[in-house]
Ligand binder design. Structure first.
Ligand code: NAI
Ligand code: ENO
Length: 368
């Protein structure tokens, strides 16, 4: 497709979408604006955008597609600003905010002027921010939720999907309210829990200096998202306040339930509790990316001898397979350790599995 695409907010998400659009629609011109001029300059320098707009008005007026990829509160303000501008009547305006009800509500001002607004939320990301973390592969296989509303003609939604086809995401249409409930459950609420575990541990660590050194493995897995942008998450929580209060009440019941089982030493019930959790967790679709992005992990059983890790990474480098992360799950003397290697794509993971199979006798498996 050709035309002018205007991306407002050139961070992780805006930058990644700009890359997807540039890759797929080489005749299109991608213009960007960020309130932080350094981010905009960096985006241009990295080839994420073709041009920098001096301000929102300059970039918006002749755009065919406007993507607002700013924090959720700013998104509402930008929508109000756009509603005051003489936009191209055929333009499609979309956003990437993690919440939808309040944003879609504020877009009534655009709809009243006959401008198409389709709420959007690519359900993949990272705890990192900024354009330097942007990558065109970010949304591969992820769900991309759209909230077009009844007044939007179907062909406009198709047009938007066509613009966004380079994301390789799976589009789903939901209502803004349903969106906020679903993402509240699988994304926003887990952030509160991750942060609360970290905060509780921090308090205990004041008296127990070994804690930070011991907090590895499972602790790091379950709390990774607590390293996300505090400003961004503060606004997401406030936008989705009602859902999250409801979920917090449910969680408290859940915690009280397990507390009672412990107090009463209900061994069978505790076993059932974990069995049920494992069954549901193990049954979750593995190849689909959800709110928590799947890193494509390969588990390699390794003997504990010096140089074994560099040996494996050496084979992968020899075959030109890029890795995004590497860590050891467990190593104790004489016991086989497990090396977890993360890849950006399923294809890389499969190549790595073959490569390790050829060069070594180490057993590999695909994690969940
Ligand atoms: N980080 C993630 O994993 C995901 C984030 N989202 C949503 O996407 C949106 C963007 O998030 P990120 O890219 O992660 O944040 P980011 O912090 O990496 O980028 C946001 C950018 O917006 C700019 N900005 C702020 N106010 C602005 C304004 N008034 N005008 C122009 N630019 C402005 C900031 O300077 C920053 O460069 C947020 O609404 C977030 O909820 C959606 C999916 C995943
Ligand atoms: O870092 C992670 O795993 C995330 O949870 C990424 C994320 C952040 C915000 C969203 O609205 C969707 C996905």
């Amino acid at each position: 497709m050709n035309g002018r695409v205007f991306v407002i907010g050139l961070g992780l998400i805006g930058g990644s979408l700009a890359l997807c659009i540039k890759k797929e629609h080489q005749d299109a011109v991608v213009v960007g604006f960020d309130i932080n001029s350094e981010q905009a300059r960096l985006a241009k320098m990295l080839g994420v955008i073709d041009e920098i707009a001096g301000n929102i008005s300059d970039g918006a007026i002749d755009a065919d597609l406007i993507i607002i990829a700013a924090p959720v509160n700013e998104t509402k303000e930008i929508i109000q600003l756009l509603a005051e501008l003489p936009l191209n009547p055929k333009v499609i305006v979309t956003d990437t905010g993690s919440t939808k009800s309040k944003i879609v509500e504020s877009a009534a001002s655009l709809l009243q002027k006959g401008i198409t607004f389709i709420g959007g939320h690519p359900m993949a990301g990272s705890h990192k921010s900024g354009v330097s973390a942007a990558k065109e592969i970010l949304f591969e296989n992820a769900f991309y939720l759209l909230t077009p509303g009844n007044l939007i003609e179907e062909y406009k939604v198709e047009l938007l999907k066509e613009w966004l086809i380079g994301t390789n995401a799976k589009f789903l249409t939901v209502t803004p309210e349903n969106h906020d409930y679903l993402t509240g459950v699988v994304s926003h609420f887990p952030h509160i829990i991750a942060a609360s575990i970290v905060r509780q541990t921090e308090k205990i660590a004041e008296a127990e200096s070994l804690i930070p050194r011991l907090a590895a493995g499972g602790f790091r897995d379950i709390t990774r998202i607590a390293s996300s942008s505090p400003e961004m998450w503060k606004d997401i929580l406030l936008h989705n306040r009602d859902t999250l209060i409801e979920l917090l009440d449910q969680w408290q019941d859940e915690m009280n339930g397990i507390k009672t089982l412990l107090e009463k030493e209900k061994s069978d019930a505790i076993l059932d509790y974990f069995k049920q959790a494992k069954k549901f967790r193990d049954g979750l679709p593995q190849k689909e990316k959800g709110a928590i992005p799947a890193f494509y992990d390969l588990f390699v059983d390794i003997p504990d001898y010096p140089g074994v890790i560099s040996e494996i990474t050496g084979y992968l480098a020899k075959e030109n397979i890029s890795i995004t992360n590497i860590r050891i799950l467990e190593t104790r003397e004489d016991i086989i350790g497990v090396l977890v290697i993360s890849f950006q794509t399923e294809e890389d993971r499969q190549k790595a599995e073959r490569c390790i199979g050829i060069y070594t006798s180490f057993a590999t498996s695909v994690g969940t």
